[in-house]
Design a protein around this ligand. Structure first.
Ligand code: GDP
Ligand code: MG
Length: 322
């Protein structure tokens, strides 16, 4: 996986360079995105396209001295019920296989919840060679206990001891992705463990995610932030057009897909106030990130059962038949 196999390979220092693919595992909300943002130093997304050389999606890339660390996505692993959930889980383990190292994040506050327990069991099975995650078995596995800023020391030490007792992890780190505490140590260790080899990406490339996906992700985040209660993960966002204008500004048109007309009404809000507000905050963030003027146009469409639409899965790099 870290072998240079395409024309993109060969960036970085002439000698002694390292390039490591890190598969990030962790239950939803343990702080994966926050850690990525801290490591990469700018906003990156949970939704990014496949790298050319692999089926995994690159979340972000950071450089630590001679090492380039490429973080790959493993969408939240949990007990799969719906087809979409199963595809996510399959993609998650696929991502882990593509990594040189596996990094599990655990939330210090929540401890070993159901999702984390399921991941731990999967890792244990992989280590034991009793399932088809054998490719994960021989990789270095690191554990990072996150949100240490939010719990008392005793709780933390108890949790660390419990996790250590699983005998799965080569090393255990305690971090706060939010305030950065411990993150540099983790990064240094990952860099030291990365296999020798040329960098896979140019130095200035923090993510291979095209702007349109970044833009969609930002809008999705604003919807989520503004409609958390009313719209539990029923909306998806797609960037339909992306036009770079002569004056340097960018025109972006996006469609927000919801499952029911009632949800469309929620997204639009009274007299369109809600979508106006979503658009305004999304635009402000995009302008900040892209450092140019953005013309953002949002449309809301009802698409029933988008969760069962094969098209969507291809867009996400997920396997519909998982
Ligand atoms: P993900 O679902 O694993 O990507 O988790 P997110 O990165 O989206 O984080 C989920 C929530 O946990 C957010 O509200 C974060 O602000 C919060 N969070 C992440 N890292 C930390 C941390 O180190 N300390 C605290 N107190 N909160 C954190
Ligand atoms: Mg996330």
């Amino acid at each position: 996986m870290s072998e240079p196999t395409n024309s993109m390979a060969g960036f970085g220092p002439a000698s002694g360079s390292r390039c490591g693919f890190v598969a990030i595992l962790g239950a939803p909300n343990v702080g994966k995105s926050t850690l990525l943002n801290t490591l990469v130093g700018t906003k990156v997304s949970i939704v990014s396209p496949k790298v050319q050389t692999t089926r995994s999606r690159v979340l972000g890339i950071c450089i630590r001295e001679a090492a380039q660390l490429v973080f790959i996505d493993t969408p939240g692993i949990f007990q799969p019920k719906r087809r979409l959930d199963r595809a996510m889980v399959a993609a998650a383990w696929g991502g882990a296989k593509d990594g040189d190292m596996v990094l599990l994040l655990v939330d210090a506050e929540r401890g070993i919840d159901k999702n984390t327990a399921a991941i731990l069991d999967n890792l244990a099975n992989a280590r034991a060679g009793t399932d088809d995650n054998a490719a994960v078995a021989n990789k270095p596995m690191l554990l990072a206990i996150n949100k240490i800023d939010a719990v008392p020391k005793n709780t933390l030490l108890e949790l660390a001891a419990k996790l250590d007792a699983r005998g799965l992890f080569d090393e255990i780190f305690m971090i706060s992705a939010l305030d950065g505490n411990g993150v540099a140590d983790l990064e240094a260790r990952l860099a030291a463990m990365a296999p020798l080899g040329p960098w896979m990406f140019p130095e200035d490339q923090i993510s291979d995610m095209p702007g349109r996906l970044l833009a969609a992700e930002i809008t999705r985040e604003k919807i989520y932030l503004q409609l958390r209660q009313e719209l539990p993960y029923a909306a998806t966002v797609e960037t339909e057009t992306w036009e770079n204008w002569q004056d340097g500004s960018i025109k972006i048109e996006q469609i927000i897909y919801v499952e029911r007309p009632s949800q469309k009404a929620i997204v639009l809000g009274h007299k369109g106030e809600r979508i106006k507000s979503i658009g305004a905050t999304a635009r402000a963030e995009l302008e900040h990130l892209l450092e140019t003027r953005i013309h953002l146009f949002l449309f809301v469409k009802v698409r029933e059962k988008w969760g069962d639409d094969p098209e969507r899965y291809r867009d996400w790099g997920l396997d519909f038949n998982a």
